[in-house]
Design a protein around this ligand. Sequence first.
Ligand code: FMN
Length: 368
Amino acid sequence: MTDASDCRRPLDYRERARAALPAHVWDYIEGGAGDELTVAWNSAAFDRVSIVPRTMVDVSACDLSCELFGARYATPLGVAPMAYHQIAHPEGELATARGAGAAGALCVVSIFASARLEDIAAARSGAEASGPLWFQLYWLRRREVMLDLAARAGAAGYRALVVTADTPRLGDRRRDRHNGWAVPAGVRAVNLDAAVMASAHRRRPGASALAGHAEEAFDPSATWHDLEWLVARAPLPVLVKGILDPADAQLAVDHGAAGVIVSNHGGRQVDGAISALRALPPVVDAVAGRVPVLLDGGVRRGRDAFVALALGATAVLIGRPVLWALAAAGADGVAHQLRLYRDELENLLALAGRPRVRELGRDAVAHG
Ligand SMILES: Cc1cc2nc3c(=O)[nH]c(=O)nc-3n(C[C@H](O)[C@H](O)[C@H](O)COP(=O)(O)O)c2cc1C
C-alpha cells in the first residue's frame, strides 16, 4: 500500500496503481476502444485551452459549491460510475464511498458494483463528511431489473439515477480481447442475479467476456421512448450519460432527462469519438440552462475541472484516477485523490481571480 502523502498530484497515483495491479486488470481499467485515439484526445483537449486570470478581486474565500436538483453539493467534483471496484482493492466500492464521502464528493455507483448498493450507502454515511450518492443503470433487456434497482436506490437514499446511453454493445477493447479478460471469480456484480452475470466470468481466449455478457444482457433497441418509460417509473431524477451531440442533449431533455452527462465513456466505446471537452459547449448551448450538464473524460488535474466548469459544466466526474488511488491506497487514497483535485481547483480559483465556481463562465478561458 502506498502512503497517500507520497502523491502530490492526481497523476502520481497512476504508476502506483500500475505497480499494484496484475497486468490484465490494469489493461481493463486503463484501456479504451480500438487504437485508443479518444482516450488520448480526452485529456489532450484540456491542454489546448488557456485560462484568463482576473486581478484585483477579493479571493480571500473561494466557494467551490454547486447546486444540483435543489441541493447544495460541497464540491463540483465526483466519482464517475465504474464497474467492479473490487478488482482494484478488496474493499471495493465500500472504500470508494468512504473516501468520496470523506472528501464531501458525489459518488456515482455502477450497476456492476461489487458491493450491495445498500451497503455502499451505509459505508458512505459512516464517513465523517458524507457526499451524495447516485446510481447508474444500463439499458437491460430485463426492464424489471432496472426498475427494481431504481426502487432499491431510492429506498437506500441515493439522490439520482444515471442511465448510460452510449452502450448498445461494448466497444472493441482490444487489450481485453488480447488478454481473454473475464471478471475474476471472486468479484461479483452482487446487485444483479448471479445467473444473469455468469457469462461475465467465462474466460475464452481471444475474447472479452464482458463483450459477450453485454451482448446477452444489454438492450440495443432502446430509444428515447424508453427514457420516457423509465422517467415515468423512477423514484429519482434520471440523468442521461454518454451525450456528445447537441441534438441528443435536446432530445434527452425533451423526453424527461433531469440532466445530461457529456461523456464518451472514457474512450471505451467509439474510438475516434469527439473528446468530451470539445463536445461540451454545443451541448450546454442546446440545453440552454433547462437541466444541469455534467462532463467526464480525461479530467486529470484541478485545472481540467476548472476548464470544464468554465465551459458550462455544473459538475465534473473523475473515472480512472479514482481507481488508481483506490488500488494504491484504498479509502484513504480515494479521499486524498479527491482532495488533490479540490485543492488544485481551489488554488486556481484564487489565483485566477474567479473565486466562485457557480460564477465561472466562458470568459475565464481562451482557446489555444
Ligand atoms: C474500469 C472502468 C469501468 C467503467 N464502468 C462503467 C460503468 O459500469 N458504467 C458507466 O456508465 N460507465 C463506466 N465507465 C466509464 C466512466 O463512467 C467514465 O465515463 C470514464 O471513465 C471517464 O473517463 P476518465 O476515466 O478518463 O476519467 C467505466 C470506466 C472505467 C475506466
